[in-house]
Design a protein around this ligand. Structure first.
Ligand code: ATP
Length: 970
């Protein structure tokens, strides 16, 4: 048998030998077909071959259940490349391919050897006829369940649909089942066996220990520059200093997309090519990044956990966790992607107590949510916490001091939920890290032989823990180490337990302070850190909860709540009475309100992220990926991000992005007004800052002024000087004849009149009527805040702006050189199109303060006039294509439009409306007319934007004429 198996191994898979004795034994057991088989082997041990080889040798079809389509795809592709007939039926399969597969399965002797399928699909009604048919014809040779830990509610990646596999199993009585996993502690193993109804299975369980992996932990917050530290780690792991001997690649795991982008950017900036991979990227970009990484073109992939499952790359020399994994089992699996070729590789965690707090909160919140949905608590709810605590079960102080350890252990003992031995903590250990992992999975202590930092340098590890403890003592003056589940014996005067699963259990031991209200235990989802505490007399959960919500309002993301929880807890710790507590909270809330800027456009992103990452893993982990770190939120500042970085400070957005919120708007689910306001102010500030910076540069650099200054630069400097009123871009040239100027002014005022009364609403204008035309939009003085706006100056963009400005001035020359025509000309379609309400408004009396030209004429700006002037008499206008029209409008949109992106939704909408009007009208229009219309459109838009001083105003922009003016407010 051995010889024939080896021959088949060589023939079908090209391997000379089995990877291990165990692999061989498993294959032999499966091939015998007389027992179910359970396999628990470390990551990268070659489990897949354990069912693939028997599948090839068997007569029928092997049904393989796998949790992810991406994972399935990799396996199918790999098998196809070996000429092994394999395929998958899933929701993404084109109908044609599906038909072909079903036809083959329905034939008398199907060619297919392995059919991969998700647990959801296997349970779906559409697949049942096919399954029944295969069963009745005896064509199923094996049922293989990959990643079998997903079946267990004690497992770290529980998938409810895996539970349905028990039912499937009973429908396939004679078909041997093979369950495989890399991460199954004893309890999970039992669960798998039970759920899959394995009948006295042959178990092949090998220790999880992988001697080629070196584990270590670095306290991120103690590093002067964590990115430089990571960079040095990358260089060392990839032996980049060894020149041509450099080898392999690596993975950095981050919890959020933003984290991925930042780390990738920092590493690249420091000198190692790194690319981000997360669900926020387009599918094509993701595939490309993965491809480049697989080929070794990109050395480091910085990813959320959506990356990795099924990625079988042999020479991954390191896996770094920039953020904590959500559980020890997850960590083992993620870090296990290193060293699959058996060569020494590094696994490092950059530990941060903040991370720990956030995760802790999220895990508990998730459990609370589940319990609420279910209406009851379950034993298995503890799994997430136990698994997480196994990584970070105690604070450094507790680990560093035996007394504290004992206290924490006692506290843990008192808790209704049994807590893991504190020495089991992976990241805050008192022993070997491999030992911690092995113990967690129920294995014996392995011989680490220096494959972790603790075994190499225990003193160093302890010193780091102590230093971290000292640091946190300084920052949390009064606080004591938090034991399991937030239990702080001293702080809460003995016996008070913190928020956790034990919190309902004990309410008896009041600390002997004044009269108390009847203690009502906090409910399951109470986010208060020490919800059960009665340390502050008369401060009950009922009273403190609203204060927390006021701190976390508006709810930006779970990070905000987490931050609010921290702040509330801080106040709680430092207050002695209920009144002082309330006063302190109110003060904090008002401080926050004062300092917090308008919500940033990106705020919604986190939620989107949470949703999108849902494909990656369990719901809990999804949420974690979308989490914005408290530190990020705390700064409440716009981020200064580098040029070219995704999610940078560039306020411009694509049309698609703009459409998204408007679609939501129409559904009434979300208001885009905030982001609009934000975008408009951002772009205005951005333009100002850029122009100012350019002006400053020209002033401070003598070489760039005077003669040496290029024409372009001069124009840019001019623009900078007048940047306070960007509308001047659209105003007539100073060289224009006065009479022409007046005509234009009158015309344009007429255009704006029904829509807005801006030009004269500003009292400043009334006071100096002769100095500027009514078309000049009032200049709002630049506030200190605006001048401080963080803007990255991108030289290329400045150049581009100058170029655009040049073009604009050229076109301005054209239009201002044209004679005006009487107002009776037909109203340009643009005007009629922009708003139907305009007509109605025209009939209403103008506002009292509206200024008029001295002669009282009321004329309407008519771009047709200009168009005619441009064209030879009697010659029909040269038709413009839609593209040409678009180009013209886009050019006039400058600086609201750059690199294919619009600055705000309103501009985009108007632009789209205008173009669709051109299309609908279906008649040829001259360039001049289009230009003039575009110019008028932009000018009007700009003036509308400028007039909006509040969010309310902005909302009214949807009906431009009703936008409130300063005057109206007065
Ligand atoms: N007998 C063998 N000889 C050489 N290489 C092998 C052998 N068996 C499997 N491999 C290779 O080992 C690598 C890991 O195999 P596989 O993906 O099956 O691991 P796994 O145990 O399923 O890991 P994970 O749990 O992380 O998915 C693959 O590249 C596979 O081709």
């Amino acid at each position: 048998m051995t010889t024939s198996l080896k021959a088949a191994l060589k023939t079908h898979f090209g391997f000379e030998n089995f990877r291990s004795k165990l692999q061989e034994d498993v294959v032999k057991a499966v091939v015998r077909r007389d027992r179910d088989v359970f396999v628990c082997m470390p990551t990268g041990a070659g489990k897949s071959l354990c069912y693939q080889l028997p599948a090839v040798l068997a007569e029928g079809i092997t049904l393989v259940i796998s949790p992810l389509i991406a994972l399935i795809q990799d396996q199918v592709d790999h098998l196809k490349s070996l000429n092994i007939p394999a395929c998958s039926i899933n929701s993404k399969l084109p109908a044609g391919e599906r038909r072909l597969i079903l036809a083959d399965l329905g034939s008398s002797s199907p060619k297919l050897k392995l059919l991969y399928i998700t647990p959801e699909m296997v349970a779906s009604p559409s697949f049942q006829p096919c399954l029944t048919d295969l069963c009745t014809r005896g064509l199923l040779s094996y049922l293989a369940v990959d990643e079998a830990h997903c079946v267990s509610q004690w497992g770290h990646d529980f998938r409810p649909d895996y539970l349905k596999l028990g039912g499937l199993r009973t429908r396939l009585p004679g078909v041997p089942c093979l369950a495989l996993t890399a991460t199954a502690p004893k309890k999970v193993q039992e669960d798998i066996s039970e759920s899959l109804k394995l009948s006295s299975p042959l178990s092949f369980v090998t220790p999880v220990f992988r001697s080629n992996l070196h584990y270590d932990v670095i306290f991120r917050e103690m590093l002067p520059n964590p990115y430089v530290h990571l960079y040095a780690f990358v260089r060392k792991s990839l032996a980049l200093d060894a020149g041509s001997n450099a080898q392999g690649c690596g993975i950095v795991y981050c919890r959020t997309r933003e984290g991925c982008e930042t780390v990738a950017y920092q590493l690249t900036k420091l000198g190692v090519l790194a690319k981000a991979y997360h669900a926020g990227l387009k599918a094509g970009d993701r595939t490309e990044v993965q491809h480049e990484w697989m080929q070794g073109k990109v050395l480091v992939i910085v990813a959320t956990i959506s990356f990795g499952m099924g990625v079988d790359k042999a020479n991954v020399r390191f896996v770094a966790h920039w953020n904590l994994a959500k559980s020890l089992a997850s960590y083992y699996q993620e870090s296990g992607r290193a060293g699959r070729d058996g060569l020494p590789s590094s696994c490092r965690t950059y530990y941060s107590p903040k991370d720990k707090e956030q995760l802790n909160f999220l895990i508990r919140q998730e459990i609370g949510r589940r319990q609420e949905k279910r209406g009851s608590a379950k034993e298995t709810d503890k799994a997430g916490i136990t698994d997480f605590e196994a990584m970070v079960s105690d604070s450094p102080r507790n680990v560093a001091s035996p007394e504290n350890l004992a206290a924490a252990a006692a506290a843990a003992g008192a808790a209704s939920l049994s807590c893991p031995d504190t020495s089991l903590s992976l990241h805050l250990p008192t022993s070997c890290r491999h030992a911690t992992i092995s113990k967690f999975f129920g294995d014996k202590t392995p011989n680490c032989a220096g494959a972790c930092d603790y075994c190499r340098n225990p003193k160093g590890v302890r010193a780091q823990l102590e230093k971290a403890a000292a640091l946190s003592t300084k920052t949390e003056a009064q606080s004591r180490p938090s034991g399991p589940f937030g239990f702080q014996p001293d702080l809460y005067e003995g016996g008070k337990k913190g928020y956790g699963f034990e919190r309902h259990g004990d309410s008896s031991d009041a600390a002997g302070e004044g009269p108390r209200e009847d203690f009502v235990p906090p409910d399951v989802d109470c986010p208060l850190r020490e919800a059960s505490s009665q340390r502050i007399p008369r401060l009950t959960v009922k009273k403190s909860r609203p204060t927390l919500s006021s701190m976390s309002s508006p709810p930006l993301s779970c990070g905000t709540l987490s931050l609010a929880v921290d702040l509330e807890h801080e106040v709680f710790k430092s207050s002695k009475s209920s009144n002082l507590y309330k006063a302190a909270v109110l003060k904090k809330v008002s401080e926050m309100k004062k300092t917090a800027p308008a919500p940033a456009r990106g705020n919604g992103d986190d939620e989107t992220e949470v949703k999108e990452e849902a494909t990656a893993s369990s719901s809990c982990s999804d949420e974690l990926q979308g989490f914005t770190s408290a530190s990020e939120i705390y700064s409440m500042k716009r981020k200064r991000v580098g040029a070219g970085q995704r999610g940078s400070s560039n306020p411009f957005v694509t049309a698609k992005e703009l459409l998204k919120p408007s679609m939501l708007d129409s559904k009434g689910t979300e208001s885009g007004s905030e982001s609009n306001t934000d975008a408009s102010s951002a772009v205005t500030s951005s333009i100002r800052a850029r122009a100012n910076a350019a002006a400053a540069a020209s002033l401070s650099s003598p070489t760039k002024t005077g003669k040496a200054m290029s024409k372009k630069q001069q124009k840019l400097a001019e623009a900078a000087k007048s940047s306070r009123n960007i509308s001047q871009y659209f105003v007539k040239k100073p060289t224009v004849e006065k009479s022409q100027e007046e005509e234009m002014e009158v015309d344009e005022e007429g255009l704006d009149a029904p829509l807005s009364h801006t030009t004269t609403a500003d009292p400043r204008e009334d006071s100096k009527p002769q100095e500027h035309s009514p078309e000049v939009i009032p200049v709002e003085s630049e506030t200190e805040e605006e001048s401080k706006t963080d803007v990255i100056i991108i030289p290329d963009e400045v150049e581009e702006e100058a170029l655009e400005l040049e073009q604009l001035q050229e076109t301005d020359k054209e239009s201002t050189a044209e004679p005006n025509k009487p107002a009776e000309e037909a109203k340009p379609p643009l005007i009629s199109e922009v708003s139907d309400d305009v007509k109605a408004n025209r009939e209403s009396p103008p506002p009292a303060k509206r200024s008029r030209p001295a002669d009282g004429r009321r004329v309407t700006f008519n771009p047709n006039v200009q168009e005619r002037a441009l064209l030879p008499v009697n010659e029909p206008p040269k038709p413009v294509t839609l593209k040409e029209a678009a180009d013209i409008v886009v050019r006039y949109l400058d600086p609201f439009y750059t690199q294919g992106k619009f600055a705000n939704k309103e501009l985009f909408k108007s632009f789209a409306r205008y173009l669709s009007h051109l299309l609908a009208e279906g008649r040829s229009r001259g360039k001049g007319q289009v230009k003039a219309e575009a110019k008028a459109l932009i000018k009007k838009l700009f003036s509308s934007v400028k007039r909006c001083e509040s969010e309310e105003d902005w909302k009214h922009l949807k009906r431009p004429h009703s936008c409130k003016t300063t005057e109206n407010k007065e």
